[in-house]
Design a protein around this ligand. Sequence first.
Ligand code: ZN
Length: 184
Amino acid sequence: MTEDVRRVFRMDNEVLAFRFTATVSDRTSRTPRERLTDAARLKMWLGATGLDVTDVSPTDLIDAVELREAIYRIGSAIAAGEQPESKDVRTLNTIAAAGHAKAALEHERAGWHLTQTTPVSDALGVLATDAIRILGGPDRGRIKNCEGPGCAGLFLDTSRGANRRWCSMNTCGNKVKKSRITAS
Ligand SMILES: [Zn+2]
């Protein structure tokens, strides 16, 4: 691997599906940043997530981005207390159903086995299934959009008081704290 994954992507979201949506950052800023700029980047992100695939085609990248944006829109709708678009729900369910990954416990950690014939759609199926688990799960009321400046990234607020405001304390939380210090 030539590039350091952590320099290219933000990998700190606890929820796999939301970590995937974080491959676009600064979503509500004037300059959103797309980090899945080509098929190689998608391969890199999947590998860093434990979903190793050998080849990723430009079509796979289009499918991945479609899934990612569907997850983002559904999550944001839920965070706003609104109904998600049925088109997005269909996309999510179709991609989840197309995957043939098998969960496996390996070295005390959860992993996945992908098929050799459709590894990328299997990997996307894992992401879609994780999204369904969160978006339709008992903690769906804790899904939030980050309040960091320009961020709006999705996160699951697991804090006891349900009062977390940032996708990550290390990035957005720190930015807000620093801007407060310079302002005072
Ligand atoms: Zn954020």
